[in-house]
Ligand binder design. Structure first.
Ligand code: SF4
Ligand code: SF4
Length: 480
């Protein structure tokens, strides 16, 4: 029973600590095509995030003109020409499933490109490190300054960096709340201190999280906090394109002296450049690791080294695990993009996209539901007839008031009465963007088998468009 405890002891006999002190990562600026691509993706994603709440979309006078708005008080989600009501939450669910399937497909084809290029944590960390470089220099300068004594120069650089970080974090937190309230109005209120307390609280909360996650937590978010690295491992296989070190070419690694012979050694000159540029502080030569976000900056770093020593690029490159092992045995490399996994994800993606398109195209602007009275189920009238009560719920999703004529189908000789309708015209006025509840009675005379159960339909015909919405209902009699 003592064996496991003994196995946990360090060589010197002491108990090892389960706590490892965090080593700060000082990523060096990489130069190359993937760094350029990351700058571009950063610019585009940040622009989309900051600009979107300011885009306008005309929906008529009584409706918000913000193109993308999550209007919680009105329980409405506006996305350009799409307007989603709480009853249509399935569309949002479909959108999330669609996004997840895109992520599954992309991950199975090219590994963690989401993590390496577009994840908000990656984008904002990259932005914060860029600001850090502006004020504190590149890797070696930052390390030297951090290890050195506190000087006036160090103080102003660090203070200014934190001030700019905070400004970016405030802009980020502020922009997020603009998605929930009309952006120009909220901006004015924020600066004139007339905004609601929740607006200040949430802006402050998002400012703080951006500042902490982008400025301090950085790679630890990807390694320890995010569940996605654990999930994505199950989406990749030996044919997925990953950032890899081609050990078959690089080993045996050794330092290189200019003009030296390459025979009997690998192409890796053990310069460590792939490690120093890594925002996760890891060594790609150790193989696939959970903290690797697939940003490909180590490819850029190594390609620059290969250019300098006059060797072909691609010692660190996008490749598959299958190719790594087959190249090691001299077999030809090949890329298999079409395989059961990608076909499955692609097929599901098309299926969900099709469902979403149909659901959006056929989404009715007038929703009618009918609730039959539960107690009593029917009322037996003294003349032998039977009466049933119903509540019609009418949602008018158009931006105009609708005048609807209510009638019955497939229930001959039945009488329809709208409670409170003294004109007896069976006309219902459904105001724009509103839910209307209407109580109705349906009565069958004795000679129409009023004691039996009948299936029939409520029909609502729009006076202006002539279109009819129908909803099925059941008439209950005492003898059914
Ligand atoms: S190992 Fe390479 S791809 Fe992975 S995080 Fe580091 S630099 Fe990016
Ligand atoms: S950058 Fe390339 S050559 Fe330098 S250590 Fe990394 S893999 Fe080896």
């Amino acid at each position: 029973m003592d064996a496991p405890t003994d196995m946990l002891r360090t060589p010197t006999g002491g108990k090892p600590s389960l706590y490892a002190r965090h080593q700060k990562v000082y990523p060096k600026l990489a130069h190359g095509r993937f760094r350029q691509l990351k700058w571009l993706v950063m610019a585009v994603t940040l622009m989309i995030y900051y600009v979107t709440p300011w885009l306008r979309w005309d929906r008529g006078e009584a409706f918000p003109d913000q193109a993308v708005l999550i209007d919680i008080p009105a329980r409405r989600f506006y996305f350009f020409f799409i307007e989603i009501w709480p009853q249509q939450i399935y569309l949002l669910a479909g959108l999330l499933i669609f996004a997840a399937l895109v992520l599954f497909l992309v991950t199975s084809v090219a590994g963690r490109v989401w993590c390496g290029y577009t994840c908000p944590q990656t984008v904002w960390t990259d932005l914060f490190v860029m600001i850090e470089r502006v004020f504190e220099g590149d890797r070696s300068e930052r390390i030297r300054r951090d290890r050195g004594p506190l000087t006036l120069d160090k103080l102003w650089r660090k203070t200014t960096k934190h001030a700019v970080w905070l400004l970016v974090a405030m802009g980020t937190g502020g922009a997020w709340i603009f998605y929930f309230v009309d952006a120009p109005t909220l901006l004015n209120r924020l600066f004139s201190f007339e905004a609601s307390t929740p607006a200040y609280v949430f802006a402050g909360l998002f400012t703080l999280t951006t500042y902490v996650l982008g400025g301090f937590a950085r790679e630890q978010v990807c390694t320890y906090m995010c569940p996605w690295p654990r999930i994505q491992a199950g989406l990749q296989d030996e044919h997925s394109l990953l950032v890899t070190y081609r050990a078959w070419r690089g080993e045996t690694r050794a330092p290189y002296a200019k003009g030296a012979d390459w025979s009997g050694r690998g192409h890796c000159i053990d310069c460590g450049n792939c490690v120093t540029v890594c925002p996760q502080g890891i060594d790609i030569r150790d193989g696939q690791q959970l903290p690797c976000i697939g940003c490909a900056l180590c490819i850029d770093a190594c390609d620059s080294v290969m250019d300098k020593v006059g060797l072909p690029r691609g010692l660190v490159a996008y490749d598959t695990l299958e190719n790594l092992s087959s190249k090691a045995t001299g077999a030809a490399a090949r890329i298999r993009l079409i395989r059961p996994r990608t076909l499955l994800y692609g097929g599901l993606l098309l299926f969900v996209a099709g469902l979403m398109a149909v659901a959006l195209a056929t989404a009715s602007k007038l929703d009618v539901t009918v609730l039959h009275d539960r107690n009593p189920l029917f009322v037996a009238l003294t003349d032998g007839g039977t009466r049933n009560g119903y509540t019609l719920k009418i949602v008018n999703r158009t931006h105009d008031t609708r005048h609807l004529a209510l009638s019955l189908e497939d229930l001959p000789d039945a009488t329809l009465t709208i409670v409170g309708d003294d004109s007896h015209e069976n006309l219902i006025v459904a105001r724009s963007d509103d839910l209307r509840s209407v109580r109705v009675f349906v009565t069958l005379p004795r000679e129409r088998h009023a004691r039996e159960r009948h299936e029939f339909t409520f029909a609502l015909t729009d006076h202006d468009s002539g279109l009819t919405s129908r909803v099925d209902a059941v008439f209950n009699g005492p003898g059914q």
